[in-house]
Write a new protein. Sequence first.
Length: 717
Amino acid sequence: MTHSSQTVHYRACNLCEAICGIEIALEDGKIASVRGDKEDPLSRGHICPKAVALQDIHSDPDRLKHPMRRTRGGSWERISWDAAFDETAERLSAVRDAHGRDAVAVYVGNPAVHNYGTLLFGPPLYRTLGTKNRFSATSVDQLPHHVAASLMYGHQMLVPIPDIDRTQYMLVLGANPAVSNGSMMTAPGVKRRFRDLRDRGGKIVVIDPRRTETADLADEHVFIRPGTDALLLLALLHVLFEEDRVCLDRLADFTDSVGTVRELVADVPPERVVDITAISSDEIRRLAREFASAASAVCYGRLGVSVTEYGGLCQWLINVLNIVTGNLDRPGGAMFTTPAVDLLPRMGRGSYGRWKSRVRSLPSFGGELPVSVLGEEILTRGPGQIRALFSVAGNPVLSTPNGTRLDEALDRLDFMVSVDLYVNETTRHAHLILPPTDSLEHDHYDLAFHALTVRNTARYSPPLFDPNPDARHDWQILGELRRRLDRGSLKTRAADWMTARSGPRRLLDMGLRTGSHGTGFNPFGKGLTLSKLTRAPHGIDLGPLQPRLPSRLFTPGKRINLAPEPFVGDMPRLLDLIGKDAHHPSTSGTLLLIGRRNLRSNNSWMHNYRRLMGGRERCTLVMHPDDARPRGLESGQRASVVSRIGRITAEVEISDEVMRGTVSLPHGWGHHRVGVRLGTAQQHPGASVNDVTDDQVVDALTGTAVLNGVPVRVAPV
């Protein structure tokens, strides 16, 4: 009789922003169970279905484990790492030499933020390429947050975080934290946190075109017409100034331009925005009074307001609302983290409009251009045309606007190389795919999301499995490509030496030692080091968020700029919306399309895991009964969804959870394209919402893609 041996491993799940602590039990070298880690100081045992799928990624037969080259016939052949590195460096260098540095583009997908090796070793490679054509998922997700932080507080990563664990009043716009467990607000176990908020006598109000899972937990839900949140925020501010409810408290000592904001909102009383927002003036005034009179309050807006034509103004006005009520940088309001590794001194502050895209002149931010222009920059001939693409952990064909056009554009490239685990809808166009190890085969530290948590914590996860001897980690791939492209500079040789010694671990240890909780350069200090963190498998609690202003500001004189010129200059565009019918359901049958997120999904690549793909169809078009009935549509029937740029079909789900005039379809689906090697995902292809979102429609201020409030026509197939 044989007895199996079981061991337990603790780590953080890296599949979404929540970074939940998990407990993985191994039996005979295989995963027996994945549970929530009750001793994790941030997640306290919370877990969602995605974490269980970590084992599916590790054992997925579709996951690539060796460099692959696409043949002339369209099939894939295995090649050696040396051959892959040589060909990548040679062909990228050839494009640069023939057409200039900007002929090579870089696209970085959102999973890269969940990998600290990629975060540390990617930027040096991108700088070596020297191109201005850098793109990432940021401009289809969170760009307005960073633009507001940079212009108001002086640094793109100074994003205020709702102090959800101590607030008495939470106003949620265009966000669904009950499903996301926070986004730009790392808050695992939001449902428990909401229960605690209500148990202490607090109140949650959700304003959204859809009655979301978060709205079901809230005290109150208010429908709002998609794309009009900025006007609602102006009206709320109008009431505060009109009724003398503005009170900056200690923020008044270092906040400029309050008078400018007063003038901007003076002509926008609630009565002016009732028709377009679909919210009564009485409701708007009541909400403003409740927010201002609460012992502590915080306004939080996320993807639903960021990816609209006025996303930049929305995130600015949310900050303004928190500031003029004295709820910035105080317990229960919007606060700043004190992470163990401080990214701010190590990152650019976020330059705005330093250069513009070649074809449409959209502004850069933080060294990147809006990804909505990627397709046209490939297809439009002339000096600076993109002829080669280096992509990392991304699937922009499904995640960025007008995926059909981008799909066509990628097929025209002279060369494309992807660092990715899969042959997906985007990487199928690559000439080479360089697959890294999976997340259980390398160590892990959440550089980005520990900087966005609702409580200061730190957690390091050693690898669970030994990788194949021929495998390469992300940082090894990126570092080797940089070495070959940089042709042996002194800086690169120094980086090679550090890489050979310990890779990103050495940089992480330095970051911990020099952070706010570290030992500094004292080897005998009592602060945080990687060694200490490694000896704490459940992580370390560093305490609740603390007031950080004005010392944390990066602005001249360490003062808050309440009315940055780019936002003030964009106001006429917003005010022109009042009285127009662009955001009204029209008599011609136009509806407004919005997105939604499911608890079992985050990115397109998660659709290849059987533990997440079970149950009912989730890529459905949700529409109100009053919109479905005149069109002859019933639940389960297929409908066509048509916009200016494309047509898709989806199964209809009739529900009054969406307001009249609005339809909702989740993102990340559309696994029907030829040449994709994702077996499970192709059994449930769904429809790509980004085949009908318009790459020509963006937030003019930030360049952020408009994915919410897209005009569409819906009819039976």
